[in-house]
Design a protein around this ligand. Structure first.
Ligand code: NAD
Ligand code: WQD
Length: 343
């Protein structure tokens, strides 16, 4: 069976994707420098799948080491490139760390893919490239204009998309699938793998589950005076397992479908926008746990509302986000309980 190189495969989305790839029969090689993940994730993957993925602790920016990864694995037919730094706030404080890691890792990979004749790359992009879409572009589809990034992190996604298009133009043998994720949440139903945020979480769901677990005294909801039905911001929360399955579809398509564009872009979202208050209330309803929260001022740089038009992914990729949000929120809570030994 074909081997897929998964960079950042020890991370949150990467680990869930490795599970889905292996369950579909793919051989996987994870390359991860563990800068934002833990080696124990391999145990979780092995328990779920019944096989351990091959793993190499290598920095994707290290050309020499990555070269030997490709030399030692001539059976690699495609790459899924998750490895990146992703903390939006930190990227404002340390922009060069983000430009270096996120751009150099992609440039290194593309150079080596060219050298070793590996033709297929799936790239983790983000809905952040759309910024706040104008009203006529909501829900947002892949043809909506891209907006100036609000953070160096967001800018690396835009620049990396441009690099992929430029390299594909120069190298007709290169094929790329750019996946723009909306807001990934939840954990594997086994609660054997999930999200492991570093320090105080910035993202909503880990903050919610940590508050429910008693690690944080209360959730702060950033603003209730937005122009939305209940005044809080709206996002498209996508289950990480559904998201992982989209990567398998993307790889299947790149390996098996001849008639496709050289670079394809897909939005990965549910098509449904949910407000922060809806998430909080649904979480309390399905878990039965009281979640203390207060409304505070807006967070700088927040988008008011964005959700996906996933029609292209539904039809062309043959993928749909199907898991109900109640189940997704419960999976996030079960993972947090497991981490904290709560019954
Ligand atoms: P994550 O931090 O959990 O996973 C990233 C993994 O990459 C980590 O295991 C980290 O150790 C590894 N890594 C980072 N730099 C590396 C390097 N130079 N060499 C080798 N390994 C390296 O993040 P995630 O949430 O799983 O995100 C995966 C990808 O999806 C990232 O590219 C991220 O920007 C993108 N994305 C994430 C979200 C989100 O909300 N989680 C949304 C949109 C896009
Ligand atoms: C969601 C909503 C907050 C925390 C970020 C990145 C984006 C993408 C996903 C990678 C917002 C509100 C949050 C809290 C709150 N990542 N919130 N209290 O801002 O949509 O996007 O992660 O590409 O690039 O910017 O996600 O989870 O931070 O916030 O009220 O303690 O929850 O205001 O409305 P966001 P988020």
């Amino acid at each position: 069976m074909a081997r897929i190189l998964v960079t950042g495969g020890a991370g949150y989305i990467g680990s869930h994707t490795v599970v889905e790839l292996m369950q579909q029969g793919y051989e996987v090689l994870i390359v991860d420098n563990l800068s934002n993940s833990n080696i124990d994730v391999l145990d979780g993957i092995e328990q779920i799948v019944g096989r351990r993925p091959e793993f190499l602790n290598v920095d994707c920016c290290d050309y020499v080491q990555m070269d030997s990864v490709f030399i030692q694995h001539p059976d690699i037919v495609g790459v899924i490139h998750f490895a990146a730094s992703k903390a939006v706030g930190e990227s404002v404080q340390e922009p060069l760390k983000y430009y270096r890691n996120n751009i150099l890792s992609l440039v290194t990979l593309l150079s080596l893919m060219n050298e070793h004749k590996v033709p297929n790359i799936v790239f983790s992009s983000s809905c952040t490239v759309y910024g706040q879409p104008d009203k006529e572009h909501l829900p947002v589809d892949e043809t909506a204009p891209l907006k100036k990034a609000l953070s160096p992190y967001g800018n690396t996604k835009k620049i990396n998309e441009d690099i992929i298009f430029d390299q594909a133009h120069a190298c007709p043998q290169l094929h790329a699938t750019i996946l723009r994720y909306f807001n990934p949440i939840g954990a594997h139903p086994s609660a054997l793998i999930g999200e492991l945020p570093n320090g105080v979480p910035n993202n909503l769901l880990p903050f919610v589950t940590q508050t429910a677990a008693g690690l944080r005294s209360e959730l702060k909801i950033f603003g209730n005076d937005y122009n939305t039905p209940d005044g809080s911001c709206i996002r498209d929360y996508i289950y990480v397992v559904d998201l992982a399955k989209a990567h398998v579809k993307a790889i299947d398509r790149m390996l098996n479908v001849k008639d496709r564009e050289q670079v394809e872009v897909f939005n990965l979202g549910t098509g449904r926008g949910l407000s922060v208050l809806e998430i909080v209330n649904t979480f309390m309803k399905v878990t039965g746990v009281n979640l203390p929260y207060t409304i505070v001022g807006r967070r700088e740089g927040d988008i008011e509302q964005v959700w996906a038009e996933p029609h292209k992914a539904n039809t062309v990729l043959g993928w749909k986000a199907e898991t109900p949000v109640e189940e997704v929120l419960l999976s996030a809570w079960n993972w947090e309980k497991k981490l904290r030994n709560i019954n």
